[in-house]
Design a protein around this ligand. Structure first.
Ligand SMILES: [Zn+2]
Length: 208
């Protein structure tokens, strides 16, 4: 489950460095507007500006799975006419505040942006998890798809997507349990993960 980092530790700082923004991270209150929908920050902020003025601030929401991974998600918040930043988009989970890194150099052209992820665990299985997330993103956003809500896959892409989804749930189960690449593969083959679904993953990644 995604969680808001409680403090700006060195791993959060590493992520901010990777984002490349020179602006300071801030904790922002979440005050969800009734018209806003989960994941629809850009359109929601624009709607807010039409009624209440202010402007749109781009940046990155920072999440962590403690001791496993830091994740940055491209995000828009509302800047009030007084200059206060407020997150008006509701979340999947009930949270009161987010950690936000303003990125005034960033631009939004209607395309989705890939989440940035950092392995903070020293467990190479987490790298596999990140590769799976990136591969799914590449598949879903190939060509002009990135501007569309509905995605039409070819039969081959459909098969790859299903296999990636299976690998994602398999690897995330392992990561949460503290398993390693040399642990038994949870698929039940009796082989180590690295010789089983770890191999299958490498082949899948070559196909995308
Ligand atoms: Zn397996």
């Amino acid at each position: 489950m995604d969680r808001v980092p409680q403090r700006i530790d060195h791993n959060v700082k590493r992520m901010i460095w990777r984002i490349g923004s020179s602006e300071d991270p801030l904790y922002l209150d979440v005050k969800a507007e009734p018209f806003a929908e989960v994941g629809e920050c850009f359109s929601s902020v624009k709607k807010k500006i039409r009624t209440d003025g202010g402007s749109l601030q781009l940046g990155w929401e920072i999440w962590q799975i403690p001791d496993i991974m830091i994740e940055a998600e491209f995000h828009a918040v509302w800047k009030s006419p007084d200059g206060e930043l407020v997150d008006i988009t509701p979340k999947k989970y009930q949270i009161d505040r987010i950690l936000f890194v303003p990125d005034s150099k960033a631009r939004y052209y209607g395309a989705r942006r890939r989440n940035k992820r950092l392995n903070i665990s020293g467990n190479r299985l987490v790298d596999d998890f990140i590769e799976i997330c990136d591969a799914r993103y590449r598949l879903l956003n190939k060509g002009g798809r990135t501007y569309k809500d509905a995605v039409l896959f070819s039969d081959e892409e459909c098969e790859i997507h299903e296999k990636l989804s299976y690998s994602k749930s398999l690897v995330s189960t392992m990561v949460v349990r503290g398993a390693k690449r040399s642990s038994p593969c949870p698929c039940g083959s009796g082989k180590e993960y690295r010789h089983c679904h770890g191999n299958i993953l490498a082949e899948l990644l070559d196909m995308i």
